[in-house]
Design a protein around this ligand. Structure first.
Ligand code: SF4
Ligand code: F3S
Length: 106
């Protein structure tokens, strides 16, 4: 399955949901998570993400492996999202800021 990682936090562009044929994205306040049981590994979403936050599970960068479990858990408790939304006003300012996990709202 594919995994949403740190750089999505507070960017939340949502372009990813527009291309997902499996409706595998779930929405929190400032982050999206992919449900690994829904994801069919089509590989369409990583290139759509302006924040380059999505990786195949085997390619999640060192230091971000915890997002594999986090996507699985959060996607179980958050509602599904299937439509693109306006990103936060300050999304661009947060794009590329490291270790945003401390800002993750669960
Ligand atoms: Fe959806 Fe494909 Fe991305 Fe999986 S890899 S989350 S199926 S767009
Ligand atoms: Fe997040 Fe990128 Fe989707 S920033 S909401 S994974 S387009």
């Amino acid at each position: 399955a594919f995994v949403v990682t740190d750089n999505c936090i507070k960017c939340k562009y949502t372009d990813c949901v527009a291309v997902c044929p499996a409706d595998a994205f779930y929405e929190g306040e400032n982050f999206l998570a992919i449900n690994p049981d829904d994801c069919i590994d089509c590989d369409l979403c990583p290139v759509e993400c302006p924040a380059q936050a999505i990786y195949q599970e085997d390619e999640v960068p060192e230091g971000q492996k915890e997002f594999i479990e986090l996507n699985a858990e959060l996607s179980k408790i958050w509602p599904r999202i299937t439509e693109v939304k306006t990103p936060p006003k300050d999304a661009e300012q947060w794009d590329g800021v490291p270790n945003k996990i401390k800002h993750l709202i669960i």
